[in-house]
Design a binder for this molecule. Structure first.
Ligand code: NDP
Ligand code: 8X3
Length: 254
């Protein structure tokens, strides 16, 4: 049987990296993406050595349409026909009440979480259609199902991912392309370090006093969705820490 290819954005850290590792373990060939080429090189070396898979690295900024198109166009026609696209690259910036919002943060989140996802998906989808199959997994968030204080624009971008997930499925299921979303609660990755622009002390506090999720918990959910038979699509999956019953509420041991 032909080995499947998965295209993963944001594979240089956190959830994307955990998905890359789990899919490689399951025998998938990979196209791993991110801006940090050194990390892509290290991950490629680790995964090819450990699992003997084919792995291609693509370094580009998903906010820049020309970079997205150039990166994808650099692939051979066969490699463009990926079986799986994991739209994972994304970020939060800042945690301010609306009236104090930083326009630079807002632009970065909108450009990355919404426009970046659109650019990559729109560029790859015609190749999936030509291949007659495909599965897109959109990494949303509990912030895309609910809102929390000071989450405003991050929550809005993830609500957009939720809407796109449903509307992409509406439009693409006829080809047939599966479209699924995974909505995590708090996962300890580089997410909070990025959100607080390198303030590691503040980031650490986010995960104190309760058992947060780890990136592998989300990768396992993604794998469950990918591993269903052709007639089954998991529309969405919400995965939360037990101590986080909803967005913005965490039971911490003091
Ligand atoms: P990390 O910060 O650990 O990883 C984010 C990844 O996104 C990195 O690989 C980064 O790569 C990539 N990325 C960010 N901006 C860009 C860009 N402009 N161009 C290309 N790649 C980019 O965070 P997580 O693993 O936690 O986040 C992954 C996804 O999960 C995000 O969409 C996030 O919103 C979502 N999420 C996270 C939760 C959490 O609690 N951690 C909970 C719910 C959802 P590089 O910097 O090399 O470009
Ligand atoms: C990240 C989830 O609730 O930590 O998307 O903002 S939350």
């Amino acid at each position: 049987m032909k080995q499947k290819f998965a295209f993963i954005t944001g594979a240089t850290a956190g959830i994307g990296q955990a998905c890359a590792r789990l899919l490689a373990k399951q025998g998938y060939n990979l196209i791993i993406c991110g801006r940090r080429q050194d990390r892509l090189d290290a991950l490629k070396q680790a995964l090819t050595n450990e699992f003997g898979i084919e792995c291609i690295t693509l370094s580009f900024d998903i906010r820049v349409l020309e970079e997205v198109q150039a990166a994808i166009n650099s692939l051979s026609d066969a490699h463009k026909q990926v079986d799986v696209l994991i739209n994972n690259a994304g970020l939060a910036m800042g945690l301010s009440s609306f009236e104090d919002g930083d326009f630079r943060h807002w632009d970065t989140m909108i450009d990355t979480n919404i426009k970046g996802l659109l650019y990559v998906s729109r560029t790859l989808v015609p190749h999936m259609i030509a291949n007659g199959s495909g599965h897109i997994v959109n990494v949303g968030s509990i912030a895309g199902k609910e809102v929390y204080a000071n989450g405003n624009v991050y929550c809005a971008t993830k609500h957009a991912v939720d809407a796109l997930n449903r509307s992409m499925r509406m439009d693409l299921s006829k080809f047939p392309i599966k479209v699924s979303a995974i909505h995590p609660g708090a996962v300890e990755t580089e997410f909070s370090i990025v959100r607080f622009e390198g303030d590691a002390e503040r980031a650490k506090k986010v995960y104190e006093g309760f058992e947060n999720l780890i990136a592998d918990d989300i990768a396992e959910g993604v794998w469950f969705m990918l591993n269903r038979p052709p007639h089954v699509n998991i529309n969405e999956m919400t995965i939360m820490p037990t101590a986080q019953p909803m967005a913005g509420v965490i039971h911490r041991k003091s």
